[in-house]
Design a protein around this ligand. Structure first.
Ligand code: AG3
Length: 276
């Protein structure tokens, strides 16, 4: 009998997601985290950081389209965008679909994530060489602190709030994001699962709310992330995602479209209660 290899991410101390593995393609310890790339039967290639699924070939489009197009289409014509984290390039790929975009700065702390993405996920990393994109290997917290009225949109495409990412979920960071944004700028951050990370969501939402004049929250279904229901928190100085002002609507998407934009902001009761 052929030996079977299975990988489990323990999403909580009591729940895991388990995938049957074809092959381990890459595994190394970087300066910041353990990085692995597995080829799985169900989801194709998956990128793991410290054992946590960051992206899979099968469902990365949901997360990357939703973290990008909801804020991008809210703004009338975003020109300058900063991505914190996001070394796989999926977020950058979606941003590059907009003709209004002149400059994208990817601030990734770990160069080896970008290297692994280029090598094993060319379909995710494909826009990292777009002439508008600049990759900056730096700590996102320090980088954002150095900016003043600089950009239209800041997207926090981070890992879980562990290690160097902890500060990305805290008030001082949101204050420097506010300062780094233009007077009509928008912040979007990935904020985990309302089923498994209620406390974190409550905290982050109230922190963003305390810094920005308006805050919003939306959801998308990502099967390989904990609980399958993922959330995004938006802080906005001027524009309201419920009345998107974007003139360009990307057509080559698989999850996002204007109907999903609207519906993603309509929340189940238990999530509404979480944010109150
Ligand atoms: N960033 C969010 C991944 C969090 C997943 N958590 C987990 N598997 N426990 C993804 C980065 C993709 N660009």
């Amino acid at each position: 009998m052929e030996m079977e290899l299975w990988y489990t991410e323990k999403q909580t101390p009591n729940v895991g997601i388990t995938c049957k593995v074809k092959e381990t393609l890459w595994r190394c310890q970087t300066d910041y985290q353990e990085l692995a790339v597995l080829d799985t039967f169900q989801f194709g290639r998956i990128l793991l950081l410290d054992g946590m699924v960051q992206a899979t070939a099968a469902d990365e489009f949901v997360y990357h389209e939703m973290i990008v197009h909801v804020p991008m289409c809210t703004h009338p014509a975003p020109k300058t965008v900063v991505v914190v984290g996001g070394g796989d390039g999926g977020t950058v790929r979606e941003i590059c679909k907009y003709p209004s975009v002149e400059k994208v700065i990817l601030v990734e702390i770990d160069a080896q994530v970008v290297e692994a993405a280029r090598k094993f996920f060319p379909e995710i990393a494909c826009s990292l060489d777009d002439p508008r994109v600049e990759i900056c290997y730096a700590d996102g917290i320090e980088y954002i602190r150095s900016l003043d009225s600089f950009c239209d949109l800041i997207i926090v495409d981070s890992t879980e709030p562990v290690g160097p990412a902890i500060g990305l979920f805290d008030t001082p960071f949101y204050q420097s994001v506010f300062k780094a944004l233009k007077e009509d700028g928008i912040l979007v951050a990935q904020t985990e699962s309302p089923f498994f990370n209620a406390e974190l969501i409550r905290n982050v939402f109230s922190r963003v709310k305390s810094v920005f004049p308006s805050s919003y929250f939306y959801l998308a279904s990502v099967p390989t992330y904990p609980s399958g229901l993922w959330s995004f928190t938006m802080g906005s100085k001027k524009y309201d995602p419920q009345k998107p002002e974007g003139t360009f609507i990307p057509q080559n998407t698989r999850y996002y479209w204007p109907g999903i934009h609207k519906s993603s902001l309509i929340l189940p009761r238990f999530v509404q209660e979480l944010l109150e």
